[in-house]
Design a protein around this ligand. Structure first.
Ligand code: SAM
Length: 237
């Protein structure tokens, strides 16, 4: 269970509301039962339910394990915003596949538009997807989700390492990149309608490497999972 606060062995921790609902009302954990907490900073805390009331529950932290399930390569998924259920799928799979940062992107062919007033709500929703995927996949470091940016604004942000844009075409295959490619790696994936030729060209001019996944056109959410799996296979773990 993700509990976003610092804690230490021997400490009693009150569960946040969402964790209380999940642990007590859904999973029906009782007093004395063991559970594992993580706070997103790395490592797992083994705890047991120490107190349950109608609306709250607390746990006592018994021990800490410096378990590390992170990949050695730092990956940023720069994912053009796609339809909500597909975006959720793409983010969930990206977290399972070890991505560290998620940067939603607004591009020329983005069908889904996010008004300024919707940004906070969207971010909360995406962070919920990330938390659930971390809990499911046993990740103890929480990936970050950034506020959406236009492609132009993202290109202005200084980044070290390698930036790649995934676009169908006669580009080098993503699985044939040189092994000494500078890391971290940021990977751009287009929306349902793809990037425009001008967007790909702007990226190339800005030093972003165009890469392909081969002759078949994958849906955006399939493309991001396939590409991240290939990058982890080649550069990570
Ligand atoms: N007709 C669009 C095009 O030509 O870009 C198809 C877009 S595809 C459904 C959505 C995104 O997935 C693309 O913008 C690209 O980032 C990625 N993608 C899908 N298949 C790909 C492939 N074979 N090679 C590289 N990128 C691919």
């Amino acid at each position: 269970f993700y509990v976003p606060q610092p804690f230490a062995v021997g400490q009693e921790v009150t569960l946040p509301d969402t964790t209380f609902r999940h642990a007590v009302q859904v999973l029906r954990l009782g007093v004395g039962e063991p559970l594992i907490l993580f706070n997103g900073e790395g490592g797992e805390y083994v705890a047991h339910m120490s107190h349950i009331s109608k609306r709250t529950a607390s746990v006592l932290i018994d021990s800490f394990s410096a378990i590390d399930t992170e990949s050695p390569v730092h990956l940023t998924l720069v994912q053009a915003v796609i339809k909500p259920d597909k975006m959720d799928f793409a983010l969930q799979k990206a977290v399972e596949l070890g991505v560290n940062t998620i940067q939603p992107l607004i591009t020329q062919r983005s069908v889904v538009r996010i008004g300024k007033e919707q940004v906070d709500k969207k971010l909360l929703h995406w962070e919920g997807i990330v938390v659930a995927a971390c809990e499911q996949s046993g990740r103890t470091r929480m990936p970050t989700v950034q506020a959406p940016l236009t492609l132009e604004r993202w290109l202005e942000t200084p980044l070290s390492g390698t930036r790649m844009i995934l676009a169908p075409g006669d580009f080098p295959r993503i699985n044939a990149m040189p092994a000494d490619l500078p890391t971290p790696i940021a990977l751009l994936i287009g929306p349902e309608g793809g990037f425009t030729g001008a967007e790909v060209e702007t990226c190339v001019q800005a030093g972003v490497m165009p890469v392909s996944l081969g002759p078949r056109i994958l849906r955006a959410e399939t493309a991001s999972s396939a590409a991240l799996a290939l990058l982890q296979h080649r550069f990570g773990d």
